[in-house]
Design a binder for this molecule. Structure first.
Ligand code: UD1
Ligand code: CA
Length: 484
């Protein structure tokens, strides 16, 4: 990019008042995983993506900086589409070190909000509230805290006491391992979410030391350092304790996943969707559903699935990244992936829609039918035991039981086209590439290797021979010699 000259607009444009840094460079040792902690998923989305989604509602993506380190390129790859910036902390020497490393990117903003890539439930309203509290108190540092029943493992926040009452001001933050005696009973924890005035932050951050249990630069030590330098350090409580829970272990991961899914189900029910036994359903956070749709027990709705209104999704169906219109009925046990099902269509039980399936308005796909890269037109039916791959099927087509498109010859894939109103008899094999014309008829058990003209009848099977009396003669013979 060319450097802006002093007269250019870019040079005069301030970077904006608020930036958000998300600490996401750590390995996540306690997960015992080969994968970066922040890419572990809850409610179908990486931890870091949840934090980015919340942050993006407070500041524009260009003012968000994820600090990455462990398997940085994988983390960057998973989040690039969000449009945020990345700063690499190649050696992870602590939360304080992460903020040091990002100095160049962050120091020109007036206020820096720091979020943690492993505290995924934080709400945009809470981030905004922290920002406003920080602003109105003219503080150098504001810590977001919560009271936890089980504070074990978290840093604790100790406030200044005046006239035997705790104030907004913070004395220091003490990490779990450094707590002494009665200090361990303190229930007010550090959420790992902060606001800083960048000027005093970068003026004093160099004073951090690694003189602690982990031999790391702790961002938390800035509370004491800033206070000693005469700066104001305050704390504000989050509206609830749930949203500041961190993920450090697999148990944390499972618990937060369950929480998010519970929350998602509640939101959907409030928006007019019926969910029976919601605790048995897994609905990812980006799933959208229209009102009056009914979700039965043990349904999984995955990824970016979008479901219209007045649908019914019966038990044991798994729907991934698919779009369903209005009034769609999914009978039990269906699997859908990257597919479209249009208004009033009906699937199942036990239908399998693989990527690229497009089931037309009012069409029916029945039990043990598998489709892939296939468009089934409006009002068409494939009700039993069928494979339709790489095919284009028109409107009002009847695909008989056991029909198979032979789309693969071991080397390449070929298309089958069936035009409007055609009737495909049961047990037909369609050897692609092949076309069945408009209104054509195919006799049952045909092997179709050539195109069928419009309105023709195609028969591609051996002729039947009846041998009169053959069975009776055989029985008589067996009786006589005693063996078949
Ligand atoms: C941290 C806080 C603790 C707080 C808790 C809340 C410190 C010293 N302690 O502890 O007071 O109660 O969060 O969840 O800050 N990270 C980096 N670079 C590093 C080290 C960590 O980016 O060099 C990232 C991690 O990826 C993680 C976040 O910072 O997303 C927090 O680090 P973690 O090691 O999990 O800190 P905690 O021990 O949980
Ligand atoms: Ca943590």
């Amino acid at each position: 990019m060319p450097k802006p000259t002093s007269t250019s607009k870019a040079a005069k444009t301030k970077p904006g008042r608020f930036a958000i840094a998300i600490l996401a460079a750590g390995k996540g040792t306690r997960l015992k995983s080969q994968h970066p902690k922040v890419l572990h998923e809850i409610a179908g989305k990486p931890l870091l993506a949840h934090v980015v989604a919340a942050a993006s509602q407070v500041v524009p993506a260009r003012n968000i900086f994820a600090i990455i380190g462990y398997q940085a390129e994988r983390v960057r790859g998973a989040l690039t589409s969000t449009g945020i910036n990345f700063v690499v902390q190649s050696e992870q020497r602590g939360t304080g070190h992460a903020v040091m490393v990002a100095r160049e990117a962050l120091q020109n903003f007036e206020t820096l909000l720091v979020l943690s890539g492993d505290v995924p439930l934080v709400q945009p309203e809470t981030i905004a509230r922290l920002r406003d509290f920080h602003d109105s108190h003219n503080a150098a540092m504001t810590v977001l805290t919560a009271e936890l029943e089980e504070p074990n493992g978290y840093g604790r926040v100790f406030r200044k006491v005046r006239k035997r009452k705790e104030t907004d001001e913070v004395e220091r933050i003490v990490e779990q391992k450094a707590l002494r005696g009665r200090e361990a009973r303190r229930r007010e924890i550090n959420s790992g979410i902060y606001a800083f005035a960048t000027r005093p932050l970068y003026q004093h951050i160099g004073k951090l030391t690694t003189d602690n249990a982990h031999q790391e630069f702790y961002l938390t030590d800035l509370a004491e350092l800033l206070r000693e330098a005469g700066e104001k350090v305050v704390a504000v409580r989050a509206p609830g304790s749930r949203e500041v829970l961190g993920v450090n272990t697999r148990l944390d991961l499972a618990q937060l996943d369950a929480r998010l899914r519970d929350q998602k189900a509640r939101e959907l029910m409030e928006a007019g969707i019926t969910i029976f036994r919601p605790e048995t359903c897994d609905i990812d956070s980006d799933v959208q559903i229209g009102p009056d749709t009914v979700i039965e027990p043990f349904v999984q709705l995955v990824g970016k699935t979008k479901i219209g209104s007045n649908c019914r999704i019966r038990s044991y169906s798994v729907i991934t990244n698919s779009e369903l219109g209005n009034g769609v009925l999914i009978l039990p046990g269906c699997m859908l992936e990257d597919s479209v099902v249009r208004d009033g269509a009906q699937l199942g039980p036990f239908s399998h829609l693989r990527p690229g399936s497009d089931i037309g308005e009012g069409a029916h796909v029945g039990n043990f039918v598998e489709t892939k890269k296939t468009r089934l037109g409006k009002g068409s039916k494939a009700n039993h035991l069928t494979y339709l791959g790489d095919s284009e099927i028109g409107e009002k087509v009847n695909v008989g039981a056991g029909t198979i498109t032979c789309n693969y010859d071991g080397l390449g894939k070929y298309r089958t086209v069936i035009e409007d109103g055609a009737f495909i008899g049961s047990d037909t094999t369609l050897v692609a590439p092949v076309r069945v014309g408009h209104g054509a008829y195919i006799g049952a058990a045909s092997c179709i290797t050539e195109d069928v003209p419009d309105d023709a009848l195609a028969l591609g099977r051996g002729r039947q021979v009846n041998k009169a009396g053959w069975a009776a003669a055989r029985r008589a013979k067996v009786k006589k010699i005693g063996k078949p």
